[in-house]
Design a protein around this ligand. Structure first.
Ligand code: ASP
Length: 361
């Protein structure tokens, strides 16, 4: 299957031959050239540094990908996911996550899940222990608790203060009074810088998510995406991360892909399924990402006529969207609608590292 996909890959050259990874066990399957590979959002780098080795040793790609994202889910300093994720407009952290497994073409997901540290693991339980694809809210929480996941408060002191800052300042027409400058400094400490940066960037909402796609030594693909979603969102809002085809998708006949950023644009374009379909038709990963980004921009131009909010004064989308692509031959790409940034990659040749995203605009 991988050979067939290799044969139809078109644009850039296949990866240079690389030394076989130093697999420590005799039972590990023989690695193929250029395998195994991981690709994901920049915040997946810490997890890749710890868990790429597992993939080298022959792990199932979904096991390894979930281990990668769990590192960030448990990191209180990453405000985009899991513990310390920014909450909704009521100050409650609601998590979305999904996973997809190429070899069995199955998936699982949770949305609006509260008080559970590892939504990616619960998504895998949905895949493995039910015949459903998606559980939400209270039902997802009870399912997680039934499987032994402990109840955890995910709002940290730092994110509670950021939420309070947002709550008091976002409207002059309610009864919440804005803090004085001194109160802000005392309250936010180092987080004041983050808020100021967001304001400078023109964002009234903060984004962030972690995605990881993996290609095993046997050429099998899998992926996972996990997030606390859009900061200050309306309670109950679900983004693209738990939507199969939007925030992630893989197919063992084509490859794997994921998206982070404005989830609504990824849902409306089915960004990840679209990238995988481009791969299936022979596109190189970079072309698959760029073509999908072009499609998103065309769609947003149509939406902007009636919403009037998604295009900036410079005629470019005013939101961010990052796309991650992994071909069955081990080639990867990271694409962004505009601006800079980086994505995480791990391969046998150079190990885990950050690479620059290619900007469409
Ligand atoms: N895509 C996520 C969502 O829409 C957020 C993000 O990636 O920043 O919920």
């Amino acid at each position: 299957m991988a050979a067939a996909a290799l044969a139809c890959q078109s644009s850039s050259a296949p990866p240079a031959p690389v030394a076989a990874p130093a697999g420590p066990t005799t039972s590990a399957p023989a690695p193929r050239k250029g395998y195994p590979v991981m690709v994901g959002s920049a915040n997946a780098l810490a997890g890749m540094k710890l868990h790429y080795k597992q993939l080298v040793e022959g792990a199932d790609p979904l096991d390894a990908a979930i281990e990668v994202v769990k590192v960030t889910e448990a990191d209180p300093d990453d405000t985009s996911v899991g513990l310390g994720g920014l909450p909704n407009e009521e100050g409650v952290v609601q998590l979305d996550a999904a996973c997809m497994h190429g070899p069995t073409h199955n998936s699982g997901a949770v949305a609006c899940l509260e008080n559970i540290l590892h939504p990616s693991e619960v998504a895998r339980l949905v895949m493995e222990r039910t015949d459903h694809c998606l559980l939400v809210g209270e039902g997802a929480y009870r399912f997680a608790r039934a499987h032994g996941h402990p109840h955890v408060e995910l709002l940290t002191e730092a994110t509670r203060k950021q939420w309070l800052e947002w709550r008091e300042r976002h409207s002059n027409d309610d009864d919440w009074l804005p803090p004085t400058k001194d109160e802000r400094n005392a309250r936010l400490g180092r987080t004041l810088r983050d808020v100021a940066e967001l304001e400078r960037a023109g964002y009234d909402h903060a984004w962030g998510t972690i995605h990881c796609s993996a290609l095993s030594v046997r050429g099998e693909v899998a992926c996972t995406t996990t997030t606390s979603g859009l900061a200050w969102k309306i309670p109950g809002r679900v983004g693209d991360s738990p939507i199969i085809g939007a925030g992630l998708y893989c197919d063992s006949e084509a490859g794997s892909a994921g998206a982070t950023g404005r989830g609504e644009s990824s849902i409306l374009s089915l960004a990840s399924a679209t990238m995988v379909e481009y791969l299936r038709r022979g596109a190189a990963p970079l072309d698959a990402g760029l073509e999908t980004a072009r499609r998103v921009v065309r769609q947003v131009e149509r939406q902007a006529r009636w919403q009037g909010a998604l295009m900036g004064p410079d005629g470019r989308p005013s939101f961010g969207l990052h796309l991650y692509v992994l071909g069955l031959d081990g080639r990867t790409a990271g694409v962004t609608l505009k601006g800079g940034g980086s994505y995480a990659v791990a391969d046998p040749e150079r190990g885990p590292r950050l690479e620059p995203l290619v900007a469409l605009l």
